[in-house]
Write a protein that binds this ligand. Sequence first.
Ligand code: SF4
Length: 372
Amino acid sequence: MKDDILNAIETRLGLSRRSFMQFCAAMAGTMGLPSGAEAEIAKAIASPKRPPVIWLHFQECTGCTESLLRADHPTLDKLILEIISLDYHESLFAAAGHQAEAARKASMAANKGKYILVVEGAIPVKDGGIYCKIGGQTALDMVKECAADAAAVVAIGSCASWGGMPSTSPNPTGSTGVNEIIKDKPVVTIPGCPPNPYNLLSTVVHFLTFGKLPDLDEKGRPKFAYGRIVHENCERRAHFDAGRFAQEFGDEGHRKGFCLYKLGCKGPETYANCPSILFGDVGSGSWPVGTGHPCIGCTEQGIGFQKPIHALAEPKYVVPPVSYPRITEDQGQGMTTGSAALIAGVAGLAAGAGLALGRNLGKSDDQSSGKE
Ligand code: SF4
């Protein structure tokens, strides 16, 4: 890149050119883009033209915004606020009342078809949506109005993605996610409670660089961030496979870093990249599961806020080899690793490996081999 462009970036973002290029390479890596993509990303970010963003807040706790701006991320919040033009954001806006609403409408009119709509929070649809109003307008009407001329719609956090906490049974206000309301264009969902701000940033950077959204899964989640279950990349996975589990908080297994499955870890049924990029801000080189707290499945519809925290996860497809102890057996009362291997071997010879595998978690051969 030319020196004058890099100099401008140093001034604008407060980043050295080396840090900036490292950031671009990290973004490209996070999104699984081929070599050379970092230069395209750098060019797009370097452009002084920033895409306008309208950021709406509905039924939520503002944790998504907090996560984005928290003090641990000085570089990230700087980048977010310098890469985009945040034209409307109720928590960060200096304007208030009618002035704020006028600014939103002015930005939408001036940037018709070009702005990115980010929605934080669930939308209540019961009784005509009267349970959440801003400036006298229901959240339901506002999201429809803002989405109509948006170039892209992003639902940030679990509440906006599928209802999250406000939609917990009995869901008295009929809380729901954006993609249940906006049907005429794709809605990118970035679930999490809070969501990983790097996933939002990567999505925006992808849109900026290539003029289109990243590949999405059937729930609207960017595949680069939600393509794998937490369990696949967890550093405790070897303990899971070997049948070494913490049985209760603070016991010997917990102190030794054993697997948290029996404490209710939802990693085996939750898609997210938390372990890959150590999301959670619990200190350098770690993340919540790394420090001893089971994953609560906050990114997964039907799991986070719905399945009891200590209920056992249903492993999606990654299960221990048949020769290891069954994970449903209490430690100390079941087989040892050695005896399990011996029995599985004998069972394999006598009755076929399929029998042992069938007993193991009740999963099929297909699931064990990695197929859904
Ligand atoms: S069950 Fe949880 S703690 Fe255990 S390996 Fe899987 S993700 Fe990690």
